[in-house]
Design a protein around this ligand. Structure first.
Ligand code: NI
Length: 154
């Protein structure tokens, strides 16, 4: 495992669309392992592959309920609305409120290439939307409804 460098806002890679993973192989698992290690080392709740310069549809999330690894994730259902404070490892020192669905259902492949479906509510729903947005070059700062003062930033 290895900690990878996290790209910061202003890097054009963060604005590109990531391509689907065509085969979940050893390289994909290596990427997942590195991304999890990088996320934990940076004390983040989620990380998307474009943030480490890899334009593939891969994300890791841990909102305190264990590690979630998703390959080619897609939101297949969403309901409700919530406003949560978000931050992003690519936008250091800032936090802001974004409107997201209160609940989302996501289909993806796991690290063995098997289809999985997860349902996220509350902050997990927000994290799923935030990370999947990264795969399409979208940052939470594009969707801010309120910027929080710097002293509230982690
Ligand atoms: Ni982010």
């Amino acid at each position: 495992m290895a900690i990878r460098k996290i790209l910061k806002i202003g890097d054009e890679t963060l604005r590109k669309h990531a391509r689907p993973v065509t085969e979940v192989d050893r390289r994909t698992r290596q990427l997942l392992d590195d991304m999890a290690e990088t996320m934990y080392a940076a004390d983040g709740a989620g990380l998307a592959a474009p943030q480490v310069g890899i334009l593939r549809r891969v994300v890791v999330i841990d909102v305190g309920e264990g590690l979630i690894e998703l390959v080619n994730p897609e939101i297949v259902a969403s309901e409700g609305e919530q406003h949560q404070a978000e931050g992003c490892l690519s936008v250091p020192g800032k936090r802001g409120v974004v409107a997201r669905p209160a609940k989302v259902t996501v289909r993806a492949l796991n690290r063995r290439g098997k289809p999985v479906e997860i349902v996220g509510e509350g902050f997990l729903a927000t994290a799923l939307c935030h990370e999947i947005d990264h795969l399409d070059g979208v940052l939470y700062v594009d969707k801010l409804i309120e910027e929080l003062p710097e002293e509230d930033a982690k």
